[in-house]
Design a protein around this ligand. Structure first.
Ligand code: BES
Ligand code: MN
Ligand code: ZN
Length: 494
């Protein structure tokens, strides 16, 4: 979709749709609505609002024809509830306009505020709302229609702050959609080598360096836990390290992602009902790739690394077994308990690698535990860190991005449940607090780095749409990570 800034007036823009947000049914409560109502003549807008029962509730959409009173053909009013008059309304506006566009090809948006944040949120909303996963449709199910272009009506289209807002909105919106598409891709096509190739190809376009290790190189490096998980699969694993390193960066953040392109459970096989969605088990990797690509597009003056361990978890003849013991990259030995707890093994090696990179923070995203979904529901991610400052900063970034996180405890009382009688560590601890014991296991491999684990098992992939999150792969996580990086820059400026 083409998104541009325009100084057209809402009266003269020739878009198919002229879109405006509203928090109530009262036209005279909002200056933009009042002006629009006047241009439409008489009581046309107020009557339509009344007749259609429009109240301004979030997500309500009212479409009416402009009947030649405006250059645009249609007017669309989007309910934004209590966000009326705030930049957050721009995201709802963009989202619902994109969703409501069937035959309409172009839209012009009246922003709730004439500022960079509204421009950014409108762009994010438009891109997110227009997302469809249609790669595998043929014939009549091939995509038709949808919005092709959108103008954001502003007072100064050359204002550098507004242009930056548009660039940020586009970078984040598109990175979210990239993450969605990776998650939605079927596991027979999106194998670990395919995931790594995608990361390397996209990185190159943006001046991001990408190092990809094949199985022989992973063996040479000594990532025996990643290799253990890979044993039951006939497809090779990959290890990926991407770097966005702008000149003069004084901060560095290392993101780590779980890249299980399919998780059957291994020998501890999942029941069919739990296995059906397990192509989503590389969502952490998809988020991680999305974040580094968005940071590069925004040219954030901060070093951002992406470290990904990728494999399938399958039950082939050579599959790893409960009772096996393997050494990790950092030398600690791990006794395998349940082969379905594979994510923490892959992450253990990736974290042991990441902690050596000298970042200010090491942050992983992983679809790690069903227990986290039991604790928080499917729309909220679990946040684990022993570092209060880091956790607080991240929760603040989540507030700005509109994603839902909840901090759960790194409860040291549970750590002894990870003790093994025959190895340094058991790889699963107490099932009560299963999301916590998984986080504690990971922390064993993060060394002294300022570490945070984000369990995105719930919100990465949904059976049905919820708020801004679509059905299927959601791209959840990218927006908050980028806001967190921007927050680091602001705190640096103080
Ligand atoms: N990939 C799953 C976790 C998951 C579950 C992600 C549902 C998305 C939706 C993970 O590898 C897993 O199987 N975890 C086990 C751990 C257990 C065996 C200790 C779980 O949560 O049951
Ligand atoms: Mn599993
Ligand atoms: Zn898994």
């Amino acid at each position: 979709m083409r998104i541009s800034l325009s100084t057209d007036s809402f009266r003269t823009t020739k878009a198919d749709f002229l879109a405006v947000s509203a928090g109530t049914a009262h036209v005279d409560k909002d200056p933009a609505l009042t002006a629009l109502a006047k241009s439409m003549g008489g009581t046309a807008l107020a009557d339509a609002i009344k007749d259609e029962g429009f109240t301004g509730k979030v997500g309500q959409v009212l479409k009416l024809q402009a009947h030649g009173r405006l250059a645009a053909r249609w007017v669309i009013v989007v309910g934004v509830g209590k966000d009326a008059g705030k930049p957050a309304a721009a995201r709802l506006l963009g989202h619902h306009v994109a969703k409501a566009s069937q035959r309409q090809r172009s839209a012009a948006l009246i922003l709730p505020v004439d500022d960079a944040e509204s421009v950014r949120q409108a762009a994010e909303g438009l891109l997110g709302g227009s997302y469809r996963y249609d790669t595998y449709f043929t014939g009549s199910r091939k995509p038709k229609g949808g919005l092709k272009s959108a103008e954001l009506l502003v007072s100064d289209a050359k204002d550098p702050a507004l242009k930056d807002g548009l660039l940020a909105g586009r970078a984040v919106g598109e990175a979210v959609n990239v993450a969605r598409t990776l998650v939605n891709a079927p596991p027979n096509d999106l194998t670990p080598p395919a995931l790594a190739d995608f990361a390397a190809t996209e990185a190159e376009k943006l001046g991001v360096s990408a190092m990809v290790w094949d199985k022989a190189q992973i063996e040479e490096a000594g990532m025996h836990l990643l290799l253990a998980v890979n044993r039951g699969s006939s497809i090779e694993p990959r290890f990926v390290h991407m770097k966005w390193e702008p000149e003069g960066a004084t901060r560095k953040v290392v993101f780590v992602g779980k890249g299980l392109t399919f998780d059957s459970g291994g020998l501890c096989l999942k029941p069919a009902k739990s296995m059906i969605d397990m192509k989503c088990d590389m969502a952490g990797a998809a988020i991680t790739i999305g974040v580094v690509l968005a940071a590069a597009r925004m040219k954030l003056p901060i070093a951002v690394h992406a470290v990904i361990g990728s494999t399938e978890n399958m039950g082939g003849a050579d599959a790893y077994r409960p009772g096996d013991i393997f050494p990790s990259l950092d030398g600690k030995t791990v006794e395998i308990i349940n082969t379905d707890a594979e994510g923490r093994l892959v992450l253990a090696d990736a974290l042991a690698y990441a902690r050596e990179l000298g970042g200010d923070y090491v942050i992983d995203h992983a679809t790690l535990t069903g227990a986290c979904m039991v604790a928080l529901g499917q729309w909220r991610a679990g946040l684990f860190s022993a570092d209060d400052e880091l956790a607080e900063r991240y929760l603040q970034a989540a507030g700005a991005s509109g994603e839902a996180y909840w901090r759960l405890p790194m409860d040291e009382e549970l750590r002894p449940t990870l003790k093994s009688p025959v190895a340094d560590l058991k790889h699963t601890g107490s099932a009560y607090g299963g999301a916590v014991t998984a986080a504690l296991f990971l922390s064993e491999f993060a060394g002294k780095s300022r570490f945070m684990h984000l369990d995105v098992a719930g919100p990465s992939f949904l059976d049905s749409a919820h708020g801004f999150l679509p059905q299927g792969g959601t791209g959840f996580g990218v927006g908050t990570a980028i806001r967190f990086l921007e927050g680091l820059l602001e705190s640096q400026a103080d």
